[in-house]
Design a protein around this ligand. Structure first.
Ligand code: SF4
Length: 471
């Protein structure tokens, strides 16, 4: 049973916040909005840290070694925040050959990596058999590698491209997903979540599925027994209430999923990762930023906040500048949003830090603002780096960041089980003698021998109180 809502209580009351930390109360959307705006940021972070410690203990924080493989950059959608997609006719459009793709998986396996995160554009030229053969070859050659692949928008387009059997959309998704699972798909990443509020989503994600379709695909994955992650991309045209509406969608679908599927061994959302929009090389990034002058200064309500409603019913007519001004998220907005997600999502096991977009040191700080996982030591990332964000971390560096934040670093797998707890002198960070070779690189480079940058991230831990990670 989820903890009870107590909407009459003041969310700033320390007693109420302690009940949330203890898993004995839950935030309403309105209380969440009030917390975000009225609780001093450091207090919000402290309560989120306490909640994180109640779920995950206070000693270990984790990371995963994986590789982000973008099998094609050809895409039918026209998301205005995307710098990665190409039409099929552009010179630099690509589809990775099987052999090239398998070589990447092999390089990952060689350095002890445990999973690939494989996503693409939505490419109409690839048929179901192409995906099945790819998965079968990965499973046959690298059975130890977990395949975390194909986000909900890709499944929505698979249904359109393949016209599979099924009486309705959900049945068609189930058909395709079952075939892919039989061939080697292990879990579904939460890419393409963006912002669920229809008004914002329609403006920034043209050609991409709506929230209902996204959530339905994930529901099918859970019914088929797979765990998934959920994501949110914020810091563009949305209001804070839109972020809370997004979290509420994840929480309420998760409630139903746990209620319906717990006994039959179904899956669930095991992680939530929120990251700020990266503006470089994108159409959305060319909008004028809010806060530049009279009438749109930082004291004036931001158009996205004027329009947004926590129930997702915002109306663009409420502000003439809605959708025309950007409010990028800096470190403070990022950390506050992440902290709120830890307090709000009382039924999601893991909160991932987004060092890929925020940089290693804000990513490290995020471990004290509700995140329990540093996400991926990634060997490769193409999507976020296309939008200008090029942070890069290797395993010694990510371990050092976790240790310097006051925790023991541990490598995990996709199920959030711990593989190696680095509490001895042979830890990747403790054997380094010359840190100048291992500093976080500010340039995006692909370095198979040490690993590099990331995109979608995830998380694990050791102690559980009210949230079951569900394996
Ligand atoms: S974000 Fe994804 S779905 Fe949207 S255009 Fe880019 S590749 Fe396509």
């Amino acid at each position: 049973m989820p903890p009870p809502l107590q909407t009459e209580l003041n969310p700033l009351d320390p007693g109420f916040l302690q009940a949330i930390v203890d898993g004995e109360a839950r935030l309403s959307p309105e209380q969440g909005l009030e917390l975000y705006h009225r609780l001093p940021p450091q207090e919000l972070g402290r309560w989120a840290d306490l909640r994180c410690q109640r779920i995950h203990g206070d000693s270990i924080r984790t990371y995963v070694i994986d590789r982000n493989i973008n099998y094609t950059n050809v895409c039918t959608a026209k998301c205005i925040f995307c710098a990665f997609k190409r039409s099929g006719t552009e010179d630099d459009a690509y589809v990775l050959e099987y052999d090239a793709l398998l070589e990447k998986v092999g390089e990952l396996a060689e350095i002890g990596g445990t999973q690939i995160l494989m996503q693409g554009g939505m490419n109409p030229d690839l048929d179901l058999d192409w995906y099945l053969e790819l998965l079968q070859r990965i499973r046959s050659e690298y059975p130890q590698v977990h395949v975390h692949a194909f986000s909900p928008p890709e499944f929505v387009e698979f249904v359109r491209f393949f016209d599979p059997p099924g009486s309705d959309f959900k049945a068609k998704v189930r058909y395709v997903m079952t075939r892919l699972m039989e061939a080697g798909l292990d879990s579904v990443p939460g890419g393409g979540g963006e912002i669920f509020a229809p008004l914002v989503r329609a403006r920034i994600g043209m050609g991409k599925c709506d929230a209902d379709a996204w959530l339905t695909v994930m529901r099918v994955a859970h019914e088929l027994g797979m765990n998934t992650s959920a994501t949110m991309m914020f810091g563009h045209i949305e209001g804070v209430a839109d972020r809370i509406h997004h979290m509420e969608q994840v929480r309420s679908w998760q409630d139903r999923t746990i209620d319906d599927l717990q006994e039959s061994g179904g899956g669930r959302y095991s992680a939530f990762i929120a990251w700020p929009f990266q503006p470089d090389n994108t159409a959305l990034g060319r909008l004028k930023e809010w806060g530049n002058g009279p009438g749109d200064d930082l004291e004036t309500p931001y158009p996205g906040d004027v329009v947004a409603r926590v129930d997702g019913t915002g109306d663009g007519k409420d502000h003439p500048e809605f959708g025309r001004r950007l409010r990028l998220a800096g470190a403070s907005a990022y950390l506050r949003t992440q902290a709120l997600s830890r307090l709000y999502l009382d039924n999601v096991y893991s909160i991932g830090s987004s060092w890929v977009t925020m940089g290693p040191h804000i990513g490290q700080l995020a471990l004290r603002w509700g995140a329990n996982d540093m996400g991926s030591v990634m060997m490769e990332e193409n999507v976020v780096s296309s939008a200008g964000t090029t942070h890069c971390l290797n395993e010694p560096m990510i371990c050092r960041l976790i240790r310097d934040a006051g925790f023991v670093p541990a490598q995990r797998d996709n199920a959030y089980d711990l593989l190696k707890i680095h509490d001895g002198a042979d830890a990747p960070d403790l054997v380094v003698e010359d840190w100048s070779r291992y500093r976080a690189d500010s340039l995006h480079t692909e370095q198979p021998e040490v690993g590099c940058s990331g995109g979608e991230k995830t998380t694990p831990a050791t102690v559980q109180l009210t949230i079951d990670k569900k394996t």
